[in-house]
Design a protein around this ligand. Structure first.
Ligand code: ATP
Ligand code: MG
Length: 271
């Protein structure tokens, strides 16, 4: 079983803990400045499933992108464990992102010309050099097929996105996101385009990956019912994490005792 610990050539290193420290972000376009994040302090513990909520335009996607190094803050810092990651040179940042982070989005972002299994393979192909690929392809394809089976798409391996339902496309995107065995999954409104049943299936799948594999999940959502099933909810308001929420026990502590070191605190009853 995967634990979320990262194996390197020098052995096993401590689990990733992601932290935003006094993060600020202002967008400037056509002479207009939009100050979106005004000093956000926020951290995610290893193995947590955290949701970020807040009004449309409050900066949820912006924060998720900054924490996932898809964009850079104007001030402040992002830490992965004790490593500062917001100011890495481009190539190092890409390597970190491709190896340690997975991403899923509301509109799946699958490549339309590729089949499900080819889409899932894509990150491995990108991570591999041209000369390595012929040697890696067979094992990678097997893993991609196993992941599709795991997300319940064993019967859709050779379908293209237009031949799949929204839920199936999102499950393909999840399989792709975990192809390179990331420690942290960033999910921006992963159920936002799905009906209730398909959305609940995606949430169940994310929770299963979180519990069984120790995958840390940071999810943006507008759906409070879904947010309430996660370990902790944080709300963005006026460019900051809403400080009025008091730490309480995690929602899941009643049904499942947290593993040691997990879920130090949670916010309850927002929305
Ligand atoms: N690249 C950009 N250039 C200029 N302004 C931007 C850019 N990206 C986001 N913004 C602005 O920043 C603000 C926050 O955007 P963001 O996408 O983070 O909000 P959000 O909370 O994710 O909203 P939603 O719930 O609608 O997805 C919005 O006012 C948006 O218009
Ligand atoms: Mg958004």
């Amino acid at each position: 079983m995967q634990t979320g610990y990262i194996e390197t050539t020098s052995g096993v290193v401590p689990p990733p803990i992601l932290r935003a420290e006094n993060v600020r972000k202002t967008y400037r376009r056509n002479g207009i400045s939009t100050e979106v994040l005004k000093g956000v302090d926020f951290s995610v513990n290893h193995g947590e499933f955290v949701s970020i909520v807040g009004a449309s335009g409050s900066g949820k996607s912006t924060l998720l992108h900054l924490m996932g190094t898809l964009d850079s803050p104007d001030a402040g810092a992002i830490w992965l464990g004790d490593r500062r990651i917001d100011n890495l040179p481009g190539r190092e940042r890409d390597k970190l992102r491709n190896g340690r982070f997975g991403f899923i989005f509301q509109f799946y972002h699958l490549l339309p010309e590729l089949t499900a299994v080819e889409n899932v393979l894509a990150p491995e192909l990108v991570a591999s050099s041209v000369w390595q690929w012929p040697f890696r392809k067979k094992a990678a394809t097997r893993r991609a097929e196993e992941l599709l089976e795991r997300v319940g798409l064993g019967h859709r391996k050779h379908h293209r996105p237009r031949e799949m339902s929204g839920g199936e496309m999102q499950r393909t995107a999840i399989a792709r996101a975990i192809m390179t065995r990331p420690g942290i999954l960033f999910a921006d409104e992963p159920t936002g385009n799905l009906d209730e049943a398909a959305g609940a299936e995606i949430m169940a799948l994310l929770r299963e990956l979180n519990r069984a594999d120790g995958l840390t999940v940071l999810m943006v959502t507008h759906n409070m019912e879904m947010a309430n099933t996660t370990d902790r909810i944080v709300r963005l308001a006026s460019g900051r994490i809403d400080p009025t929420r008091q730490p309480v026990q995690p929602v899941h502590s009643l049904s499942r005792p947290p593993e040691s070191g997990r879920m130090e605190y949670a916010y309850r009853g927002v929305g």
